[in-house]
Design a protein. Structure first.
Length: 270
């Protein structure tokens, strides 16, 4: 009682009061804000397990990070910097490229005006060692073809299904039609790996996740990772917060809190 904790749950967190099993709670490090804690677990566990457990990231390798200015993307970039001489390719709109360069992305690519696969081949003709794929559809095929021998593709989402505020059945059908498919014999001939990751189906793997969180807390305490907060919104501003993400204007995490910080208290602090 009274401990400050960060928690994992599949759903139901946009409320003022929630119940979760104690096994899905983790002590917050000293000095961490609640906003940082809200931004840490889902994104950093996802990025960590993709890069290190599935990806086996090692020095001198290269990684393609899609949606590089988003929550998982910023986490992945920071984690790549904990390994020596890792080259990061990151896709994002042009307005976010300066931030990405400052964060450690060697080669930001504007996916809206360029074919990212062609751009990567110009710089690294053999391709990359790891592709983090949250897109799905035809982009997963492009990712597989971009892998070097012994490369690893980890797919963890289907963002191509989302095209706006309402469901787009044509986009869903198109993505489904172009969804990547491969059999074991093809994998054998290509010397490549394809992995699927979904944290939501692992929230009860407390021992496994506890080990990952311990590693992340250690990295946070060393100053090697720090959640990037784009903005904080109150519950009654949820539509505006969602709109900002849908319009891809955020850099880092969009955080919801029950009540927005009062301007008066801010002024008093100053």
């Amino acid at each position: 009682v009274g401990d400050k904790v960060m928690i994992l749950a599949r759903s139901g967190l946009w409320q003022e009061v929630v119940n979760v099993p104690a096994s899905q709670t983790f002590l917050m490090p000293e000095g961490m804000s609640f906003e940082e804690a809200a931004a840490l677990l889902v994104n950093y566990i996802t990025a960590y397990m993709i890069l290190f457990d599935f990806g086996n990231l090692r020095p001198n390798q290269s990684v393609l990070v899609h949606m590089a200015a988003g929550g998982v993307g910023t986490a992945a970039i920071q984690l790549c910097k904990t390994v020596e001489n890792v080259t990061v390719f990151g896709t994002a709109s042009a307005s976010k490229h300066d931030y990405l360069k400052e964060s450690g992305v060697a080669h930001p690519i504007d996916y809206r005006t360029m074919d990212y696969a062609e751009e990567i081949r110009k710089i690294s003709p053999r391709g990359v060692d790891i592709v983090m794929d949250p897109l799905g559809g035809s982009d997963t095929s492009k990712a597989f073809n971009l892998l070097k021998p012994m490369g690893k593709l980890i797919t963890y989402g289907v963002a191509n299904l989302l095209t706006g505020q309402k469901r787009n059945l044509m986009a869903m059908a198109k993505t489904w039609w172009h969804q990547f498919s491969i059999n074991a014999l093809q994998l054998l001939h290509h010397n490549k790996a394809v992995c699927g990751y979904h944290l939501g189906y692992m929230v009860e793997e407390s021992e496994l996740l506890g080990g990952v969180v311990a590693q992340l807390v250690n990295l946070y305490n060393q100053g090697k990772i720090k959640p990037k907060i784009d903005s904080v919104w109150s519950f009654d501003q949820v539509a505006d917060a969602m709109r900002k993400m849908q319009e891809k204007k955020n850099v880092g995490k969009v955080i919801l809190v029950p009540e927005a910080p009062k301007e008066e208290s801010k002024k008093e602090e100053n």
